[in-house]
Design a protein. Structure first.
Length: 370
């Protein structure tokens, strides 16, 4: 097996797919990537047994010898990064020594390989349903909800993102039990009955890195245990979390009677400043709502205190309510409209935050006792 390729042609796809490779592995071969040369393309595969990513790169007529080898993934990335821009990289496999020789200009590297037969393959997705959406739609749905996923929660089904496909709609939902993020987009899909699958956290993060802001389509195949996505030069497969996602619709308060409209940037900056003196562990701040005004106040065990006042559009009764300021800021960070709306009930009711004039994205934040 041998091939030649430009540094720039191989570096970006390598960097995208090596995010899957864990630094500590139970199986040594999982630290490697599978390199396959066939006719005029080289395909590179990485996996951690849960997520698999494949990049396919054209060799543009350069002479190549077909074959498969496995190479240490991160070392190969580091070598390509360290070579000068525009460098030509030649990779040749020495069968006798079971080594790969990488040459570029006056640089030469000798890399150990592991048997191709040891490299695991994730089983093919037995398709239940298939659909296409523009890459930027899926990327946006993930970016606007993924922050609310749980981390290492014992309720394992919360450590991931719900992908829901309904008639004419694709929706993503994430919750960690304290806040909820929902985002949906119209799509040309008709699954017959609603499909719900839970993507694991790592798969979600790798997918967000893989997708671009282009109108190019991504083909999504939903199986019983796996989800697969195919782009022009990449393929992504992830195991699904086996569990039932909670009924998120029940969490959204329906009887909030206090509607507030605030300048997005003013509210965000005021909360950032107030949060400086909040309790580092609990991150609690107190919001006091009155006609035309929100007052944000925080204090900490050192008896330090911060206070901010923001003018808002609101007329109604006064309200005092506590929140984890990080949860409020996380939602504000993914909202991109000039104004945001807050729907509040009483001191024990959740806050519903939305971009003004839009209903596609909804953020629910539970209150906290201060």
């Amino acid at each position: 097996m041998k091939f030649s390729i430009q540094r720039e042609s191989i570096l970006k796809p390598l960097q995208i797919i090596t995010g899957v490779v864990e630094r500590r592995q139970t199986l040594p071969v999982l630290s490697n990537l599978l390199l396959s040369v066939s006719s005029d393309r080289v395909s590179m595969t990485t996996t951690d047994l849960e997520v698999e990513m494949i990049a396919s790169v054209p060799l543009n007529g350069a002479e190549a010898g077909d074959g498969d080898i496995t190479l240490p993934a991160r070392k190969l990335v580091d070598i390509c990064k360290a070579l000068p821009e525009g460098a030509q990289i030649d990779i040749v496999y020495d069968e006798e020594k079971e080594r790969a020789i990488i040459k570029s200009g006056r640089s030469r590297f000798n890399l150990a390989t592991l048997p191709v037969s040891e490299f695991p393959n994730i089983e093919e997705v037995k398709g239940v349903f298939e659909f296409q959406v523009p890459q930027k739609v899926l990327k946006q749905l993930i970016e606007k909800t993924a922050f609310a996923m749980a981390q290492q929660d014992v309720r394992y089904y919360l450590n991931g993102l719900l992908l829901e496909v309904d008639s004419g709609m694709v929706r993503t939902v994430a919750t960690d039990g304290h806040r909820l993020a929902i985002c949906e987009h119209e799509a040309d899909v008709s699954p017959g009955e609603k499909i719900q699958v839970i993507l694991p956290r790592k798969g979600v993060m790798e997918l967000a890195r893989l997708l671009s802001d282009s109108d190019e389509p991504v083909k999504v195949m939903v199986g019983n245990n796996h989800l697969s996505m195919v782009l022009e030069d990449y393929a992504f497969t992830s195991k699904l979390i086996d569990g039932k996602f909670p009924d998120y619709q029940r969490v959204i308060p329906r009887d909030s009677d206090k509607d507030v409209t605030a300048d997005h940037e003013l509210l965000k900056q005021a909360l950032v400043r107030t949060s400086i003196l909040s309790n580092e562990k609990y991150r609690g701040i107190r919001l006091r709502l009155q006609d035309g005004l929100i007052q944000a106040q925080a204090n900490n065990p050192e008896m330090e205190e911060a206070e901010e006042e923001i003018e808002v559009q609101y007329t109604g009764p006064k309200l005092e309510i506590g929140f984890n300021v990080s949860y409020l800021l996380d939602a504000l960070n993914v909202i991109d409209t000039p104004n945001v709306t807050l729907a509040l009930g009483d001191a024990n009711s959740s806050c519903v935050m939305r971009p003004e004039g839009q209903t596609a994205c909804t953020y629910v934040i539970m209150p906290m006792r201060l």
